[in-house]
Write a protein that binds this ligand. Structure first.
Ligand code: BTN
Length: 321
């Protein structure tokens, strides 16, 4: 959407009243004809306006697809998403936010996109986001912490998203260590946190979250292990409202716990973690080890008891369940 269209939506979204065509044209420095044309373009994109002669225009409804002002109209946070943009298409919201981060954007800045053309998963994998089938977003934080002190961010984000999905959709989802959200054996959400740090200080963290929402099917190679909110519930959710809810859960979990995996958060994470008590295997020095997942420690690491009774801490990578 070009700047004028966005400005019209912004102005109309800030009031319950009508704004006249004349006032819009004065505020935007364009002709009334241009305003009228822009309103028609916006209508064709799914915006609904009420218009009354001599009173002007009132914004009545936003498009169904993810869009900046609809998310903002539902959002009530103090940090995460205060600065929020929804793009139509981007390579990767993590990569886009890295550029904003290097240019000094404020902590809490959030970028979502209807589509990602080069979405990234963990361990160098690809994360596909076709237009309007998923929610892909990333937020940036500037914590006053050392790199070894930020281990709480990803598990807290996983916990927040898991709770938001459970409450909003009723899906009985769980956390698969370290940070997938699954239901049954199928993945619903992936999380990728990246870091920019200098010496002993973190410059910023970027947490990217991909939620499968509207997918009716997945590529053959992942169809057995991926699912979506629609496939689980048979319902189409309001993506703009849902994203606002997820952001509110993220802010609450991250800020009330001061970005750390506190005892309370760890207890909740553990109760929702599908990995605990399961047989898992992992690699250590190129050797595959098998054991039972005992617990998560307060760094978010998985403690595994091997068959010989020894305990091993797994801090990254992936365990096979
Ligand atoms: C994984 O499970 O492998 C992590 C997937 C993370 C995907 C999200 S979608 C939004 C953000 N942008 C990206 O390129 N990746 C993350």
């Amino acid at each position: 959407m070009i700047f004028m269209h966005e400005k019209i939506v912004e102005l109309l979204s800030q009031t319950e009243d009508y704004i006249s065509g004349q006032e819009l044209s004065t505020q935007l420095g364009v002709s009334r004809q241009a305003v009228w044309k822009a309103i028609n373009t916006l209508k064709s994109q799914g915006y609904v306006f009420d218009s009354i002669t001599r009173k002007g225009y009132k914004l009545v409804a936003y498009p169904e697809h993810l869009n900046t002002y609809a998310v903002k109209s539902h959002l009530n946070t103090n940090l995460i998403g205060k600065n929020l943009t929804v793009l139509d298409s981007v390579t990767s919201t993590n990569d886009y936010l890295k550029i904003l981060g290097a240019n000094g954007c404020e902590s809490g800045t959030l970028v979502a996109s209807r589509e990602q053309t080069k979405g990234k998963g963990r361990l160098g994998r690809v994360w596909q986001t076709k237009k309007d089938d998923g929610i892909a977003f990333s937020f940036l934080l500037r914590p006053d912490l050392a790199p070894n002190e930020i281990t709480g961010i990803t598990p807290l984000a996983g916990l927040a998203v898991c709770k938001a999905i459970r409450d909003y959709t009723g899906i009985d989802c769980k956390i698969k260590w370290p940070n997938d959200i699954i239901t049954g054996h199928k993945k619903l959400v992936g999380i990728l946190t990246e870091l920019s740090a200098e010496f002993s200080a973190v410059e910023y963290t970027i947490t990217g979250i991909g939620i499968n929402v509207e997918h009716t099917q997945f590529p053959q190679e992942i169809a057995h292990k991926a699912t979506s909110i629609f496939l689980e519930t048979g319902k189409h959710i309001d993506r703009n409202e849902f994203l606002a809810v997820v952001i509110e859960y993220l802010e609450r979990e991250l800020l009330t716990n001061d970005l750390r995996l506190t005892e309370k958060a760890l207890k909740e994470y553990t109760s929702l973690c599908a990995t605990i008590g399961r047989n898992v295997s992992f690699f250590r020095n190129s050797q595959q080890l098998n054991g039972v997942a005992e617990k998560i420690d307060n760094n978010g690491e998985l403690v595994v008891k091997l068959e010989d009774g020894t305990l091993h801490t797994v801090n990254s990578g992936e365990v096979t369940v």
